[in-house]
Design a protein around this ligand. Structure first.
Ligand SMILES: [Zn+2]
Length: 321
């Protein structure tokens, strides 16, 4: 195969873009190349994503999956492209190249890929294990000098139970709104939204809000201990992790939570309170229904699994009480 034009057109320091590759190939060869490419994508799920320079052939294209698990590579000639020793320039040679590709695929590609994925996974697990051991050692050392009862003690405002919310809606539907329950539920949502808002605002600035006295603390770095005058101490990393593990409100529905926290103190009548709670629940419901990827926002506020919350919200929305 000669490819002096290809090599002089695209020297080592100039990697051709995909469009340039297509433009370089003669029209007929280009259409064969596109068919070949489609076949690789659809049948074998390998993709032209490992472009590299080789001294003998110039820029070549590796067809692979993740971790660069390569099925074959394609080199470019001046009037053809070359796959597994076959120069493709007409229907017949394209057929041969596809046949060869099939043979290579069937001689153990999937096994090779599976082994690679397993090895990478094991490697990842091992690295996580090492990191966790290192973090634990660091924490253990800190605990030796600190009072464990006053170190990284987090108190996040609790979620609302499903049964309370259902009882509230039932009492409202029966025309006997339970005002104590209304305040209880509303205030719980409010406390949680407000605490999350303040915690996230502080974290954006690298700060921690003390869970005992509300003072803002500024730790030196991720794992340095921040001492609060009230006697408690914290590390930023554990604070952040604990906030996320507690499913504190945040993320894409943040404006909804913030808005609730701002409006709740201004609600005076039971009707206003119930409307605001219903608005919040409705917003959660819409987010669940829209089927967007990611975590549902309800788990930020209400106890239960995603499935339990979906069932409950559908029930409340349908008023099947
Ligand atoms: Zn404090």
């Amino acid at each position: 195969m000669t490819n002096s034009q290809w090599q002089s057109r695209f020297p080592k320091q100039y990697a051709p873009a995909y469009e340039e590759l297509l433009a370089f190939l003669p029209a007929k060869v280009r259409s064969y190349f596109i068919s070949f490419n489609d076949e690789m994508n659809c049948t074998y799920r390998v993709y032209n994503k490992w472009q590299r320079y080789e001294n003998d052939f110039g820029w070549v294209y590796g067809y692979c999956r993740n971790y660069r698990c390569e099925l074959l590579s394609v080199s470019i000639g001046d009037d053809c492209f070359c796959v597994l020793g076959i120069e493709v320039r007409d229907e017949e040679s394209l057929g041969l190249a596809l046949q060869k590709a099939k043979e290579v695929y069937e001689s153990g590609y999937e096994d090779r890929y599976a082994r690679l994925v397993a090895a990478k996974k094991a490697d990842q697990i091992q690295r996580t294990r090492v990191r966790l051991a290192r973090e634990k050692e660091h924490m253990d050392r800190l605990k030796e000098t600190l009072d464990p009862e006053r170190f990284n003690r987090f108190k996040w405002a609790s979620k609302v139970s499903r049964s309370k919310l259902i009882r509230l809606y039932q009492s409202e539907a029966q025309g006997l709104l339970d005002e104590n329950l209304l305040d209880d539920v509303g205030y719980s949502f409010y406390t949680r939204c407000k605490q999350a808002k303040e915690a996230r605002k502080a974290m954006e600035k690298g700060q921690i809000v003390c869970h005992t006295c509300d003072k803002a603390l500024m730790p030196a770095d991720d794992t340095a201990v921040a001492f609060c005058p009230c006697g408690y101490s914290y590390t930023y990393r554990e604070y952040r992790r604990s906030c996320n593990a507690a499913n504190m409100p945040g993320g894409r529905a943040d404006p909804v939570f913030r808005s609730f926290a701002e409006k709740w103190p201004g609600c005076k009548s039971s009707t206003e309170k119930m409307l605001l709670i219903d608005w919040l629940v409705h917003e959660c419901h819409v987010t669940i229904m829209s089927g967007e990827k990611g975590r549902s926002v309800c788990v930020n506020l209400i106890e239960g699994t995603h499935a339990q919350l979906r069932d409950m919200l559908e029930m409340l929305a349908g008023h099947q009480l």
